[in-house]
Design a protein. Structure first.
Length: 109
């Protein structure tokens, strides 16, 4: 026995079309972090936060002080490709300016 129906007077089978909704998985998000060191000027860290992470002067200063006091601070949360690009941009500028500033990313849980 089959669950397909035949059209009267023909040998063609009719099927029922079903539409399934694909499940869209949200992309993994990554925190971009700046790490404290004893050599990079605080003003340079503020500049990096303003330029690459679109922070206001006040917010950039707050994050910089958090990094200074606690050793690490979150600059923002982004999809993987954006996070990787921002880390690279920060590290390139720091190297160009001869600062040992470290920037990294970690997956957000």
């Amino acid at each position: 026995m089959t669950d397909k129906k035949q059209t009267p007077g023909t040998n063609k089978e009719l099927g029922v079309a079903t539409r399934t909704k694909p499940k869209v998985k949200k992309p993994s998000m990554y925190r971009v972090l700046i790490l404290n060191d004893d050599y990079t000027p605080m003003e340079f860290v503020v500049l990096v936060l303003e330029h690459f992470f679109n922070k206001s002067r006040e917010e950039a200063t707050r994050i910089m002080l958090h990094v200074h006091n606690y050793g690490v601070g979150v600059c923002g949360v982004y999809p993987l490709e954006v996070a990787e690009t921002k880390v690279t941009q920060v590290m390139d500028l720091a190297r160009d300016q001869q600062h040992p500033l470290q920037c990294t990313k970690e997956r957000e849980d």
